[in-house]
Write a protein that binds this ligand. Structure first.
Ligand SMILES: NC(=O)c1ccc[n+]([C@@H]2O[C@H](COP(=O)([O-])OP(=O)(O)OC[C@H]3O[C@@H](n4cnc5c(N)ncnc54)[C@H](O)[C@@H]3O)[C@@H](O)[C@H]2O)c1
Length: 369
C-alpha cells in the first residue's frame, strides 16, 4: 500500500484540533477522513475547519469504516483504555494521547490486546519529537556532555482548559498525572530507557483546592539504574502562561532548552492582539508570541512518524510500552508523596482505580504535605 494512511480522530476539542492541524501541516503520509465525538457541534466544527469528510457521534460507528487504518485518541484519560481495546479489535492502529490510561492493569491489557490483534499502539509523547529536545538528545548521544548525571524537565501553567482535568475520577490525578507523565517519559527516553530504580515525590494543592481534589504542584526525583537522576517539576499553579523547559548536566558539559523562549518575539502592546501562545492569559503589555507553535512542540513530526510506522517505513519511537513504564512511575510517585519517602520500582499496585488514590487514600481534605 502506498497511498496515504487514512486516519480517524476520536474527540473534537483541544488535542483533536492539534492532531487535525498536525496532519494538515505534514500532509504527505496521512489524511484525516473522519472524526467521532459525542458533541456533534464540536465535531462538525472540527470537520469544517480541516475539511474532514465524515463525522460520527459514536466512535464505535467510525471504527466500522473499513478504509480507516489508524485512529488517534484525543479524549479524557478514563476513556483511553476502552477506546484502545475497541479500536484494536476493529483492526485499527492506535495513537493514544498521554497519559496512556488510568491503571497499570489497563496499560498491560492495552499493550497485550494490541499485540494480539497485530496493531500498533503508539504513545503520543510529543517531547520525543520536540525539535529543541531532539537536538539536545542528539548532542548527548554524540557524547557532547560526557556522562550524564542529571536531566530535568518541567512544565508549568495556571491549569487546564477543560472541566474533566479537574475531576480526578476522569483524569486519574492532578498535575503530576497530566504533565508529570511528560517529564517521566522525557527523562526515561533521553537517558536511553534505563530502568527506573526509585522515585520520590512531593505534591500538594496550593492554589486550586476549591476546584479539584487533585494536586496542583509536584516535584519528582527519579533514580535510574545507570546512576543518572531525573528531576521533574510540574505546576497548574504557575501564573503567566505556558513554561516548558529542560536542563541536561553531564561530566563534560551542559545544555539548557526552553521550548518557547528563543522561539518567541518579545512583544509589547497597549491594545493586545489575537493569540500569543498556549494558555497565555493576555496579549496586553509584555507578551511572548511563538511562531510555528505546533512545529516547535513536534506534533506534526510526531503524527507523520506514526503514519510512517503504519506503512512500515519507520520503527515506532514512542509506544504503549513507554506509556506503561510511565504509568508505573506515576503510581509509585503518588504512593511516594503519600508515604513521604522514596519508593523502589518495580511497583505494581493492583486493584487501584486511579493513580491519585495512592496519594489521596488517607489524605482526603488535607492540603500540601
Ligand atoms: N500531548 C499533549 O501535550 C496534550 C495536550 C493536551 C491534552 N492532551 C491529552 O489529550 C487528551 C484529550 O484532552 P483535551 O485537552 O483534548 O480535552 P478536551 O476536553 O479539549 O477534549 C476532549 C474531547 O473528548 C471528547 N469525548 C468525550 N467523551 C467521548 C466519547 N465517549 N467518545 C468520543 N469522544 C469523547 C469530547 O467531546 C471532547 O471533544 C487527554 O488525554 C489529554 O491528557 C495531551
Amino acid at each position: 500500500m502506498s497511498e496515504k494512511v487514512k486516519v480517524g480522530i476520536i474527540g473534537s476539542q483541544f488535542q483533536a484540533d492539534i492532531h487535525a492541524a498536525s496532519f494538515q501541516i505534514a500532509p504527505d503520509e496521512a489524511e484525516v477522513v473522519a472524526v467521532a465525538s459525542p458533541t456533534p457541534l464540536h465535531a462538525q466544527n472540527l470537520a469544517r475547519r480541516y475539511g474532514i469528510p465524515r463525522v460520527f457521534t459514536d466512535y464505535r460507528q467510525m471504527l466500522q469504516e473499513k478504509d480507516i487504518e489508524m485512529v488517534t485518541l484525543a479524549t479524557p484519560n478514563y476513556l483511553h483504555a476502552q477506546m484502545t481495546l475497541d479500536s484494536a479489535r476493529a483492526g485499527k492502529h492506535i495513537v493514544c494521547e498521554k497519559p496512556l490510561c488510568m491503571t497499570l492493569e489497563e496499560a498491560e491489557e492495552m499493550v497485550a490486546v494490541c499485540k494480539a490483534q497485530g496493531v500498533l499502539l503508539l504513545y503520543a509523547e510529543e517531547l520525543y519529537f520536540t525539535p529543541k529536545y531532539v537536538k539536545a538528545k542528539e548532542m548527548a548521544d554524540q557524547g557532547a556532555f560526557g556522562k550524564i548525571y542529571l536531566v530535568k524537565q518541567s512544565e508549568k501553567h495556571f491549569g487546564p482548559h477543560s472541566p474533566w482535568f479537574w475531576d480526578v475520577e476522569r483524569s486519574g490525578g492532578g498535575v503530576f498525572m497530566d504533565m508529570g507523565c511528560h517529564g517521566i517519559a522525557f527523562c526515561y527516553w533521553f537517558l536511553g530507557r534505563p530502568p527506573i530504580r526509585s522515585i520520590y515525590c512531593q505534591m500538594g494543592s496550593y492554589v486550586h483546592g476549591d476546584k479539584t481534589r487533585g494536586e496542583d504542584n509536584s516535584v519528582c526525583i527519579l533514580e535510574f539504574e545507570n546512576g543518572a537522576v531525573g528531576l521533574v517539576e510540574d505546576s497548574w499553579a504557575r501564573r503567566g502562561g505556558m513554561d516548558d523547559r529542560i536542563e541536561v548536566y553531564g561530566s563534560d558539559g551542559v545544555t539548557y532548552a526552553n521550548l518557547h523562549m528563543g522561539n518567541a518575539l518579545p512583544t509589547y502592546s497597549e491594545t493586545g492582539y489575537g493569540y500569543a501562545v498556549e494558555k497565555a492569559p493576555s496579549t496586553k503589555g509584555w507578551s511572548y508570541p511563538v511562531f510555528d507553535e505546533l512545529w516547535n512542540y513536534g506534533f506534526p513530526q510526531e503524527m507523520r512518524h506514526f503514519a510512517r510506522c503504519v506503512r512500515g517505513k519507520e520503527e515506532p519511537v514512542a509506544t504503549g510500552e513507554d506509556g506503561r513504564v510511565v504509568m508505573e512511575a506515576l503510581c509509585a510517585g503518588y504512593a511516594s508523596a503519600h508515604a513521604g519517602k522514596r519508593i523502589d520500582l518495580p511497583f505494581c499496585p493492583r486493584g487501584v482505580k486511579k493513580p491519585i488514590d495512592l496519594w489521596l487514600g488517607h489524605n482526603e481534605g488535607t492540603s500540601a504535605r
